[in-house]
Design a protein around this ligand. Sequence first.
Ligand code: SAM
Length: 246
Amino acid sequence: MKLTVLTLFPEILKGFFESSIMKRAVERGLVTYDLVNIRDYATDKHHKCDDEVYGGGAGMLMLPGPLGRALDAAGSPGVRTVFVTPGGRLFNQAYARDLAREPKLVILCGRYEGVDQRIVDKYVSDEISIGDYVLSSGEVAALAVVDAVYRLIDGVITGESLAEESFEGGLLEYPQYTRPALYDSIPVPDVLVSGHHANITRWRLKKRLEKTLAYRPELLSDAMLSDDLRGLIERIAAEGGIDEPD
Ligand code: SAM
């Protein structure tokens, strides 16, 4: 996948692309990227990229001129183009999966009060919000979208790690433990060291259900549960739960 991020502050994003899993994905040719400084597309001697809002109001808006030239150079329109904005559609795992199928993505980071609407109308295919709060700039939101998307590209992370993560099958993830088996007098749940794989599977599913019910009950709508999962839930109920105590 080719990721092109348009920003006034490429240095905020640079470290992410040069570190850890993303670095390896780039080295293995699974991801290519371009961090475009929108200011490079300003034509006046001060490289101005913002101005006052027509009709009045607080704050400044990103100018359409530099943005349009930067987007044209990035191949948009013609490439799925995301503008991260609190006024967009709420981002989630399904949305990330959808974007991960694209061969190319252009992501536009806003600043100030945002961007001139004509840029959105002409170039943007997806207005995405990462949550119901307002950040001071789009770079953190763009990184959230990039991170959620690129890790779903085949080969970046093993399929096994992804299969039981939160939101897969409409459930949050179960609690996990590592060594030591006794930490600060708190033991790892017995079932996890029992070696009884069927019980471990049932314990994990029960925990996924409990956590989802506690924090995100709306995820448990029928539409989001696979037939397999519903069958498993019914079997657990019929068997009266798991053998091991919680
Ligand atoms: N005036 C805008 C509004 O009320 O919708 C908020 C602008 S915000 C201060 C500046 C930039 O941060 C936005 O253009 C956007 O790129 C980014 N941003 C802020 N909150 C965001 C969110 N929840 N999701 C995605 N991007 C966000």
